[in-house]
Design a protein around this ligand. Structure first.
Ligand code: SAH
Ligand code: SF4
Length: 356
């Protein structure tokens, strides 16, 4: 049987202070856990050996029992537009992808929340992998820690944006996603503002309310991708279980913070969901919601049976939605290296050469 949820052994990255206290045991002074926590998340020290002031015996004991557990970069691919896609290896040999997108004055990291994805959206390459397993909180936050270290990114100056839009459906791994969010945002640790972290979901309705109840949580984006119940069932079969109508109901009930808006993403598929009538229906569906719409023209890939609409069609669609709410077009990043939305399928050298 396929392993879905084999959690790797306990690792230092992924632990909150209380977890470290537990791992140290009652014989250590209380400040020790905080010292280690800050060294890992704030000073980003690569391992216990670099923490000054840690007694040698403790260092040896911890090094034997508690690996750091950062994902290991196996390969990376550079796009002509500056985007870099990393293929990262986890402790059990599974691989995930993380994408770094430099922009003027800041950087956006697109991180994975599962290895693969169990949700079978018909336009997405990650769906073709299926689910390997959930990522641990350490593997989720570890992607940020690793890339921040590799690229010398500063957490606290508001220059890092994080989108949980890599491999996986974050709301099917909510506990670990929330723990990772606490680690990423903790002022005593990585100190990234919650408003700089966005989670995108295909619409796992019961988990939307659970997310809304979490005291520390990312912003919410919903992959709408269709303008009718039937069309969404076709493109995103998960709609059979979680109906579009109920999804919008859950969005209306979602407790937005004063500074927050919902984002709806809409992948435009040529001749399928990109007509003027679709655009008008999207406007109606979302009327009254405090939201923004992000359009994404399909990023193509082998095995995806849809076409990217022409720019004029995209512009016409945007113009109609814009009558009711802010509507932006998301520029694809890293198309040439299979790093753009929906393209994360661990494409490696030989595949890229083959497709060139
Ligand atoms: N699983 C989550 C987050 C990862 S997918 C979700 O589905 O929301 C991130 C975004 O990429 C989603 O909005 C999804 O609809 C979009 N996407 C998937 N495949 C795509 C493709 N081939 N082209 C453009 N966008 C795509
Ligand atoms: Fe999974 Fe999101 Fe891709 Fe759907 S679009 S298969 S939920 S990663």
């Amino acid at each position: 049987m396929k392993e879905v949820n084999a959690p790797p052994a306990n690792t230092l990255v992924g632990m909150e202070i209380a977890d470290i206290e537990r791992a140290l045991g009652p014989s250590e002074p209380r400040f020790r856990a905080r010292q280690i926590y800050q060294a890992i998340y704030q000073q980003r020290l690569p391992g216990l050996e670099s923490i000054s002031g840690l007694p040698k015996a403790l260092r040896t004991r911890l090094a034997e029992t508690l690996p750091t557990g950062l994902p290991v970069p196996e390969r990376f691919y550079d796009s002509a537009d500056g985007t870099r896609r990393y293929l990262l290896k986890l402790a059990d040999g599974k691989t995930i992808e993380t994408v770094l997108m430099p922009e003027e004055g800041r950087v956006t990291l697109c991180i994975s929340t599962q290895a693969g994805c169990p949700v079978n959206c018909k336009f997405c390459l990650t769906a073709l992998i299926g689910l390997d397993r959930n990522l641990t909180a350490g593997e989720i936050a570890g992607q940020v820690l690793l890339l921040a270290t590799l690229h010398g990114l500063s957490h606290s100056e508001g220059r890092i944006n994080i989108v949980m839009m890599g491999q996986g459906e974050p709301l099917l791994n909510l506990d670990n996603v929330l723990k990772a969010t606490r680690l990423l945002t903790d002022p005593a640790g990585m100190a990234i503002a919650p408003r700089r972290i966005t989670l995108s979901t295909s619409g796992i309705i019961p988990k939307i309310a659970e997310l809304g109840a979490a005291p520390v949580r990312p912003k919410l984006a919903i992959s709408l991708n269709a303008s009718t119940e039937e069309q969404r069932r076709e493109l995103m079969p998960i709609t059979r279980k979680y109906h579009l109508r109920d999804l919008l109901e859950a969005c209306r009930a979602y407790p937005l913070r004063p500074w927050e808006k919902l984002t709806f993403e809409y992948v435009l598929l040529g001749g399928v969901n990109d007509t003027d009538a679709d655009a008008r229906r999207v406007g109606k569906l979302l009327a009254g919601l405090n939201c923004t719409v992000n359009l994404i023209a399909l990023n193509p890939g082998p095995g995806i049976p849809y076409e990217t609409p022409r720019p004029e069609r995209v512009a016409a669609f945007q113009e109609i939605v814009r009558r009711g709410m802010p509507c932006f077009l998301r520029k694809p990043r890293g198309l040439d290296i299979f790093a753009a939305c929906g393209q994360l399928k661990r494409m490696a050298d030989q595949d890229l050469v083959h497709l060139a």
